[in-house]
Design a protein around this ligand. Structure first.
Ligand SMILES: O=C(O)CCC(=O)C(=O)O
Length: 235
């Protein structure tokens, strides 16, 4: 895993390009898109599917196991990282958020909070995006009125089929978000993982990438779970 660790940002981000193949990407897209319409929740700036249960501040009521189609990928992530990141055998993924962003959509800066085990793994499908990390506002300093763009400390290009992992301070202390943009300027100064990307990125000093529809699978573990009595489980 050390070879995938970004060394020019606070701890810890891992970026793995081509984590899945084009065929696997097509398979995952077909699984995500072939669910009943009621599975999607429409928000103002994206839509989402929630798998595993609904996390809340005290944990999660587990309503279902993760879908079978996700298993080969969660196993691959676990195998990758039983080396260093995960406290191995006790660790099981039990939650997956599928986000779909149209071009021009994004997600407000936030932290994922204590409800999850503090490691997030995200597989990107179809379109790239750029995820940004921000230092939080200094609450002891009333003069700190800086904007998010002033506080941006890292920008990571998430290519389609990549795996991105976030832990430590980048999980707990810094906020992350995706700006609502239709295009991204890509160059070595702006993009923290520029040298870790595919050749079509690295080979050009600068380019503008147009966003299309992106689907992300954010795979996590909610540590405190309760199970619904069998009679109340969704059929
Ligand atoms: O779509 C992504 O890559 C980020 C999703 C995210 O930040 C979240 O679900 O909390």
């Amino acid at each position: 895993m050390e070879i995938y660790k970004l060394t020019n940002v606070p701890d810890t981000l891992y970026y793995i390009p081509n984590f899945i193949t084009i065929e696997e990407e097509e398979y995952l897209l077909s699984c995500v898109n072939n669910v009943p319409r009621t599975r999607w929740v429409q928000l103002r700036n994206r839509r989402l599917q929630n798998w595993g249960g609904q996390p809340h501040s005290k944990g999660m009521i587990q309503t279902e196991s993760l879908p079978k189609w996700l298993e080969p990928f969660t196993e691959r992530i676990l195998k990758l990282e039983n080396q260093t990141i995960f406290p191995d055998h006790i660790f099981q993924f039990n939650h997956c958020l599928v986000n779909e962003y149209e071009s021009g959509q994004g997600i407000m800066p936030h932290t994922d909070g204590p409800v999850y085990h503090p490691i997030v793994s995200t597989i990107s499908l179809q379109s790239h995006t750029v995820i940004e990390f921000y230092r939080p506002i200094d609450s002891n300093n009333k003069e700190d009125v800086s904007s998010f763009s002033d506080r941006c400390i890292a920008r990571v290009l998430l290519e389609p089929r990549s795996l991105f992992m976030v832990k430590d301070d980048m999980y707990s202390y810094y906020l992350h978000g995706i700006e609502e943009r239709q295009e991204d300027t890509i160059n070595r100064e702006r993009i923290s993982n520029f040298d870790r990307c595919n050749d079509n990125i690295k080979d050009k000093d600068e380019q503008i990438l147009l966003r299309t529809t992106r689907i992300s699978l954010t795979i996590r573990c909610v540590e405190k779970i309760s199970k619904l009595p069998v009679g109340l489980l969704r059929k």
